[in-house]
Ligand binder design. Structure first.
Ligand code: GN1
Ligand code: MG
Length: 354
């Protein structure tokens, strides 16, 4: 897209100043993200084009985000925090109450305030960072524990492994790009764990594991830290849904505790750091122990296995589908990601005896 057009889109929002430039930012797998600088005010903004293949109900998603961030802001003000830095601020359109701009049909653009002086990480390299990360996610969940507005289910079946198996079975039988034969061993790794995953999901379906308001994409790169490594702000609220808080714990371990990269081509780099796991757990429980039920506490270790397994399945499925979901940087990227997630999964199983 031409820079002129990006500036035109950005200028549709109520920015209290004039747009100087719009530049690509970050490495998201799903949305296109840009940073907006202004010629006459110091504030910066984040412009995002939401991925219309994945988010079928952006208006519903934005209603969720606005309701959740307004709730968080009230809480943050009440404890004396800074509501412009400790949660996201959605910017409406100029002269309209809408939180998104549609340039072409079904193409949704959204804007948030950029949060200055924050730090992001790809993995936790210190125990302090992991402990603070755990504390920060538990605090996020705790601040939302009295959120009453029903959330729109904008991503039906998101961490529902039953639904993922339906997608998986269809992908495997279609095998649209003829890749299944080349990954039979990986497919077998999915199948041997199928029953265990479904058994766990049944606890959720039966309501034994409760649903709460949770983030559902708590990988470490979706957290802004301050300079002292405290969680400043939980970002990327596209997946805020009603779901078990175990999903957030599991997804955090999947990223914080990986000694390698999510797409590490060298599998020897990949394992779960037990120390990082314990530090995250300690921080998480320091805030969450009071609201978690016994069954939730019991399944915390298993949630790391569940979410890592699901991510292994999703990357492998996208490889089988011909790379239609995640952005890739090279042809085998989803396969490399899947193999790295499997290696992490095996390390989690070994160390946590799951
Ligand atoms: C996607 O949007 P991003 O990059 O934070 C994905 C997550 C995956 C993650 C893997 C809506 O997250 O579910 O865990 O990639 N988000 C969606 O890194 O599918
Ligand atoms: Mg996301």
């Amino acid at each position: 897209m031409e820079n002129k057009e990006l500036i035109e889109v950005a200028s549709r929002f109520d920015l209290k100043g004039n747009v100087e430039s719009v530049n690509t930012l970050g490495e998201g797998f799903i949305n296109d993200t840009f940073i907006v600088t202004m010629s006459d005010i110091p504030a910066k903004y984040i412009l995002q084009k939401k991925n219309k293949n994945i988010f079928k109900d952006v208006p519903g998603m934005m209603d969720n985000i606005v309701a959740v961030t307004e709730h968080l802001k009230r809480k943050i003000v009440a404890y004396g925090g800074n509501p412009l830095r400790e949660t996201l601020t959605q910017i409406p359109l100029l002269n309209a109450p809408s939180m998104y701009y549609t340039l072409y049909k079904d193409e949704y653009w959204c804007m948030t305030l950029f949060i200055e002086e924050s730090v992001t990480y790809q993995r936790a390299d210190t125990l302090v960072l992991a402990e603070q990360g755990g504390r920060g996610i538990a605090k996020f969940q705790s601040l939302l524990s009295d959120f009453k507005t029903p959330l729109v289910d904008t991503l039906p079946g998101f961490h529902n492994i039953k639904f993922r198996f339906e997608q998986w079975d269809a992908s495997l039988s279609k095998d649209v790009v003829g890749r299944a034969d080349s990954v039979r061993e990986l497919i077998a790794e999915i199948e041997v764990r199928r029953k265990q995953m479904l058994d766990f999901y049944e606890l959720i379906e039966r309501g034994e594991i409760p649903k709460r308001v949770t983030h559902n994409d708590t990988k470490i790169s979706n957290i802004l830290f301050d300079k002292s490594q405290n969680v400043l702000c939980v970002i990327d609220l596209d997946t805020v849904l009603s779901a078990p808080c175990l999903y957030d714990f599991g997804d955090s371990i999947r990223s914080y505790a990986n000694t390698g990269l999510e797409d590490d081509p060298n599998l020897e780099n990949v394992s779960m750091s037990r120390d990082i796991y314990e530090a995250y757990l300690k921080g998480y429980l320091s805030e969450a122990e009071s609201f978690l039920t016994d069954i939730e506490k019991k399944y915390l270790p298993f949630s790391a296995k569940y979410i890592t397994y699901e991510q292994f399945l999703r990357f492998l499925m996208d490889f089988l589908d011909g790379d239609t979901y995640y952005k890739i940087k090279y042809p085998e990227h989803n396969l490399v990601r899947a193999k790295a997630q499997l290696r992490l999964l095996q390390s989690i199983e070994q160390q946590l005896a799951l």
